[in-house]
Design a binder for this molecule. Structure first.
Ligand code: NAP
Length: 238
């Protein structure tokens, strides 16, 4: 589980622990390890260390004792929120590394390290509405999420003949997390649509990440019921 320190990732970690799962929590700030929770402090923007560090961490787990395995690529950052003319190389680089390259490397490491696992394996890549519908001033984030969506669809094609590997591109919808706080803190010059997002918070439209987490964890309990790649929170609530 990446991005396990707050927001949706923390809610997913708590929901998975409640259901009796073992969790490997990855983020830059991680909770102390406890029963069934292992923590891996890792900056996922440091892409060249991901494969070695994550493979080594997976190899220390008693994988053969587990019924099924899930990788949830949830860590993300929406910044920079700026018109394209204001973007700078460092910010674009950081966004694409965290939101797109890191989950691709995580997926590759996970599938390789666990290739002899006998049970079901599921990979969830947390997506966003902007993977399909662009938004002004979110160019880097939209490009990364759009890329991650196509990566998920490509991966699903590669594993289409393996019923034990499921790929999910999951759009959680708008949630009440720090990411939404970052959006609301933008100036109108940086983000012309900022008032609409302030309205989401004011009007109670933001969903609690714990509700989203519960539905996703329920889906993961039965990977055999996953029949398509692109799944939204609305699908799970229906
Ligand atoms: P959040 O509250 O801002 O949490 C982001 C998580 O990512 C944190 O745990 C953070 O941990 C981790 N992270 C950030 N940079 C990292 C780095 N360099 N290395 C490792 N971990 C890093 O965000 P959220 O709202 O829960 O978002 C979760 C996912 O949902 C993201 O993929 C986001 O794009 C997606 N999403 C969110 C919304 C929404 O309305 N919130 C809507 C659609 C999609 P550390 O800071 O401890 O490293």
């Amino acid at each position: 589980m990446t991005g396990a320190s707050k927001g949706l990732g923390l809610s997913l970690t708590q929901a998975l622990l409640l259901k009796g799962h073992q969790v490997l929590a990855i983020a830059r700030s991680v909770p102390p390890p406890q029963d069934r929770l292992r923590s891996l402090k890792l900056d996922l923007a440091e892409i060249h260390q991901i494969d070695e560090v994550v493979s080594a961490a997976l190899e220390t787990l008693p994988l053969a004792n587990f019924e099924r395995l899930h990788l949830i690529n949830n860590a993300g950052s929406i910044e920079p929120i700026q018109p394209v003319t204001e973007l700078r190389a460092e910010n674009i680089d950081l966004n694409i590394k965290l939101n797109l390259i890191a989950p691709m490397i995580m997926t590759s490491s996970f599938l390789r390290t666990t290739k002899n696992f006998k049970g079901p394996r599921t990979i969830v890549n947390v997506s966003s509405g902007v993977a399909e519908k662009p938004k002004v001033s979110w160019a880097a984030y939209s490009a990364a999420k759009g890329g991650l969506r196509i990566f998920s669809l490509t991966l699903a094609l590669e594993y289409s003949s393996d019923p034990l590997v499921k790929i999910v591109s999951f759009n959680p919808g708008v949630m009440d997390t720090d990411m939404q706080g970052t959006i609301r803190s933008q100036s109108v010059a940086n983000f012309p649509d900022v008032e609409r997002f302030k309205g989401f918070a004011r009007d109670g439209i933001l969903r609690s990440p714990s509700v989203v987490a519960l539905h996703l964890v329920n889906l993961l309990a039965k990977p055999e019921n996953i029949h398509r790649v692109e799944i939204t929170i609305q699908d799970l609530l229906a």
